[in-house]
Design a protein around this ligand. Sequence first.
Ligand SMILES: *[C@@H]1O[C@H](CO)[C@@H](O)[C@H](O)[C@H]1NC(C)=O
Ligand SMILES: *[C@@H]1O[C@H](CO)[C@@H](O)[C@H](O)[C@H]1NC(C)=O
Ligand SMILES: *[C@@H]1O[C@H](CO)[C@@H](O)[C@H](O)[C@H]1NC(C)=O
Ligand SMILES: [Cu+2]
Length: 165
Amino acid sequence: MGSRMGLIGCLIIVVAIVLQLSGATAETVYTVGDSLGWAVPPNTSYYSTWATTNLQTFLLGDSLEFNWTATHTVAEVSEADYNNCTKVSSVIASPFKFTPPTAGSYYIICTVDDHCEQGQKFSFTVNGSPAEPPTSSASSLSVGALFAIMATTFFLLSIYFSAYL
Ligand SMILES: *[C@@H]1O[C@H](CO)[C@@H](O)[C@H](O)[C@H]1NC(C)=O
Ligand SMILES: *[C@@H]1O[C@H](CO)[C@@H](O)[C@H](O)[C@H]1NC(C)=O
Ligand SMILES: *[C@@H]1O[C@H](CO)[C@@H](O)[C@H](O)[C@H]1NC(C)=O
Ligand SMILES: [Cu+2]
């Protein structure tokens, strides 16, 4: 009876470890605008459409990469400044990787000339509670470490079998 409870407990731990490892996802890096990069878009809805299409599942720990060749900036602004395309001082070299530090809404504009008015702007929401760690240490576990854990677990299981069954 006691041995069966121990065996079941051990199995539950194995399943939990395997589920956590398989469920761990690496951070995603999104290239803003895909092949267009960060530029004056062909129409004012280009980046809002891109963000809606691509950033629905943006999670804490994911990054945005801005690539550009002409003169542009990346500025994180308030919602009011985003709506008004208000210029703030911000000049950053390309490529620029931005990793939102917390969950919440973000407003990104280019502050050069009238680029923002022409649609070089987008907003998005980072999903995930700040209370949860943004990256899972399990995702950095090598395949070798996974097999080591599995092997150890099965070794322990075999001890249960030989000792009690
Ligand atoms: C942006 O830069 C990254 C890294 O240099 C590259 O992999 C990606 O293809 C570039 N994207 C564009 C749109 O140029
Ligand atoms: C904006 O431009 C993109 C890329 O050329 C195109 O796919 C999209 O249909 C355009 N949207 C509008 C509203 O014109
Ligand atoms: C809105 O933008 C205009 C033009 O950039 C600027 O003069 C004005 O101060 C802005 N208003 C607010 C409330 O930020
Ligand atoms: Cu610009």
